[in-house]
Every structure is written in structure tokens, then in C-alpha cells.
Design a binder for this molecule. Structure first.
Ligand SMILES: [Zn+2]
Length: 379
């Protein structure tokens, strides 16, 4: 890409101004120009355009001891909205979020067992249309992101493989786009979780981390040097137990630590959110935590991430159990591995939809990934 053409440079600077105003409050035009190293005239032109688009408004004035007090710029955070859909095996969550990722509406309904793609598409369309009909400004919606535990091809909107449902090469985005007045994107849920953690959480300090999505299955993603690799199948590390895994192997980590195995054991619960607080499941959860800690020692030894981040519905297990993972990990990992810290995801129970939302905010509004790429290109 070339950015020498003024219109393109202008677009990039417009995005930089928009991002700055979403990250910091109480800034005047002069502050924006100074922080971004832009001249005052072009800054004012960009700000005027953003005001015209109703993305920014001029609000209160800042108190100063000398001269005329500068007018402060305020991001109009509800001007644009995004649908974030997290498609899990047990539940489907649909959220409408604003530019700051704040949830304006939220709804969750059970995902049918062994659903057909048309069935899922129809229930998403129905829920979204219901939301739209109740909105004052449905034209604020800029797009929708759907995340699921599957291999996806984002460029074509195809679900390449979702083995839990036996889906292969499903043109899912195509099925939805015909019925919705905005752009639809799909993404792998673990990738979205790691993206959400960077967007809303506090991960800038770590240069490499391993994200464990601890839900029905155990999937992981490794983030390093600005790239995410989602191919890790942590759940299928052989642990020497005698249970048969869904993959066909015997003794995989998932047979003791995976949500699906726990749900099979406690048939009275329908969701992992219930299961984590189920009194009689405590011993099984402890065993799950123990095996997981062992699995994570392998991750730390092979990948050497700065942080191991545990997210997903099972990360919500009681504090004491969660801490036992860290304690066992520290006891068992080699003293040579000194740099890896285990932390809980900052996003909590809504991490699924927030992950999807972060993909949408980046793709449809803020383009932070693009800005990062440009920065790297000019370094
Ligand atoms: Zn397995």
C-alpha cells in the first residue's frame, strides 16, 4: 500500500484522531495536533469532518489560568454500533455495542443441539431484526461479527470446519448477508478472545502470551511478534488417563479438564456457567484444574510466553480453585522457566461477545490493526 497520496494520508490521520479521542478524554484541537504531531490546520479540517459526521462534538471548555479556555472534543460513542455474536455449543449470545464496546442490548438463547447452518442463521437474523426494530437509530449499525469455535476463512466468510456440528465449507456469511443491511464477518472465537483481551484488557505490556480458551473444549492461541497462531490443540495433550476423548484418542487433557467432559459427568447442568458454582462438582473441578496446570507447564516450557492468560467460561471457577492452578504450575514447572506468569482474563463472563465486538470495532470503525501495520512499515 502507498500512503503518499493526500487523500490516503488524510484517511490515516482521520483514523489516528478518532482513535486518540476514543482512548483519551478532555482533549482540545491543539492537544490532538500536538500529540499526533500534525499541523493545526489539517487537524482542524479532520476534526470539522468528524463533527460533520456526528462522530465528535465540541463540549465543555477546559479551565486555564491564561488566555481563552480551549473547547474540548468529545467522541459521540453511540453514533456507531456493532452487533457482536458469540456462537457457542451451548448458548448463542447477541450483543449490540457502541464505539467504546459498552453493551447497549444483550440477549442469550440456547444453541440447538447439532444444528444445521440454516437454523443458526435464521435465529441470528431473527434476534438481530428484533433488536433493530427497537432501536431509535438502526442506521447506526456498521456491521456484525460472529465468532465460533471453528476453522474459518474470513476473506470469504466460510466456515471451513466446525467438527462439533459436522459442518464443512459452509458459506455462512453469504447466508446472512442477504438478509441484513450491513457487513457481516466471521472469526475464530479464540482469536477473537485474544484480540478482545488486547482491546479492552491490559495486555500491552506483554510481548508474547498464550491465551487458553477454557470452555467446552480447550483451545489455545499463541500471540508473539504481532501475530496470532490459533492452531494449538492444548486439549489433546496425552495425560495418561483412561478416558476416551471425542477425538478418538485415549487420555487427552480434555477428558478431565474439558467442559464437555464435565457436562457429561453432571448431566443436571446445562451450562458451564452453572457448573462452576455446582457444589457437587467441586472435586471434579479440582481434578480438572490439576490436570490443566500440568498441561500449562508443557505450554510454558515449549513456547516460553510472558503470560498465560486463562479465559472462557471455566475461568470463572471459584477463586481458590483458580489459584490452585497457579500454585501447582509454580511447583511443577522447571526452575529454568522463570518468565511465565499465569493470569485470569480481564473480560470475565462477557469475554465471548467482547472478543467479537473488538474485531468489529477494529474492522468497521477504528482500523487499529491497519494503523499498527502502517507504523511497522515505516519503522
Ligand atoms: Zn483428544
Amino acid at each position: 500500500m502507498r500512503f503518499s497520496r493526500p487523500s490516503t494520508a488524510r484517511q490515516v490521520n482521520r483514523l489516528r484522531v478518532l482513535n486518540l479521542l476514543s482512548l483519551r478524554e478532555e482533549l482540545s484541537r491543539a492537544d490532538v495536533a500536538r500529540i499526533l504531531g500534525l499541523n493545526k490546520v489539517s487537524t482542524s479540517e479532520i476534526v470539522d469532518a468528524l463533527i460533520e459526521e456526528k462522530l465528535v462534538a465540541e463540549g465543555s471548555t477546559k479551565a486555564t489560568t491564561t488566555g481563552r479556555p480551549p473547547t474540548l472534543l468529545e467522541l459521540q460513542k453511540d453514533r456507531l454500533t456493532i452487533f457482536a455474536v458469540d456462537l457457542e455449543s451451548t448458548n448463542t449470545s447477541v450483543a449490540l455495542v457502541n464505539m467504546m464496546g459498552e453493551m447497549l442490548r444483550y440477549e442469550r438463547f440456547p444453541t440447538p443441539k447439532q444444528p444445521k447452518p440454516e437454523e443458526i442463521a435464521a435465529s441470528i437474523i431473527q434476534t438481530v431484526k428484533k433488536f433493530l426494530s427497537r432501536m431509535r437509530d438502526p442506521e447506526s449499525v456498521t456491521g456484525m461479527v460472529i465468532t465460533l469455535n471453528a476453522t474459518v476463512e474470513t476473506a470469504t466468510g466460510t466456515i471451513v470446519s466446525a467438527p462439533q456440528w459436522g459442518w464443512h465449507n459452509v458459506p455462512f456469511v453469504f447466508a446472512l448477508s442477504n438478509h441484513l443491511p450491513f457487513k457481516v464477518v466471521i472469526e475464530n472465537s479464540t482469536k477473537a478472545l485474544i484480540f478482545g483481551e488486547r482491546w479492552f484488557g491490559n495486555l500491552e505490556s506483554a510481548s508474547s502470551y498464550y491465551y487458553l480458551n477454557w470452555g467446552e473444549t480447550l483451545t489455545g492461541a499463541f500471540f508473539s511478534e504481532g501475530k496470532v497462531n490459533v492452531e494449538s490443540l492444548l486439549g489433546h495433550i496425552p495425560m495418561g488417563t483412561n478416558k476416551r476423548c471425542r477425538c478418538g484418542s485415549i487420555g487427552c487433557l480434555e477428558t478431565v479438564s474439558g467442559g464437555w467432559a464435565l457436562l457429561e459427568e453432571f448431566g443436571e447442568t446445562t451450562s458451564l456457567r452453572q457448573l462452576v458454582s455446582l457444589r457437587k462438582a467441586k472435586d471434579s473441578l479440582q481434578t480438572a484444574a490439576n490436570y490443566l496446570a500440568k498441561g500449562l507447564t508443557y505450554v510454558a516450557t515449549i513456547l516460553r510466553p510472558e503470560k498465560i492468560l486463562i479465559g472462557g467460561p471455566l475461568a470463572a471457577l471459584p477463586e481458590k480453585l483458580f489459584n490452585s492452578i497457579t500454585e501447582q504450575f509454580e511447583r511443577e514447572v522447571s526452575p529454568l522457566i522463570t518468565n511465565t506468569e499465569i493470569v485470569k482474563s480481564a473480560l470475565g463472563e462477557q469475554s465471548g461477545v467482547l472478543g467479537a465486538a473488538s474485531i468489529g470495532l477494529d474492522e468497521f470503525i477504528f482500523r487499529r490493526s491497519l494503523l499498527e501495520q502502517i507504523k511497522t512499515a515505516f519503522r
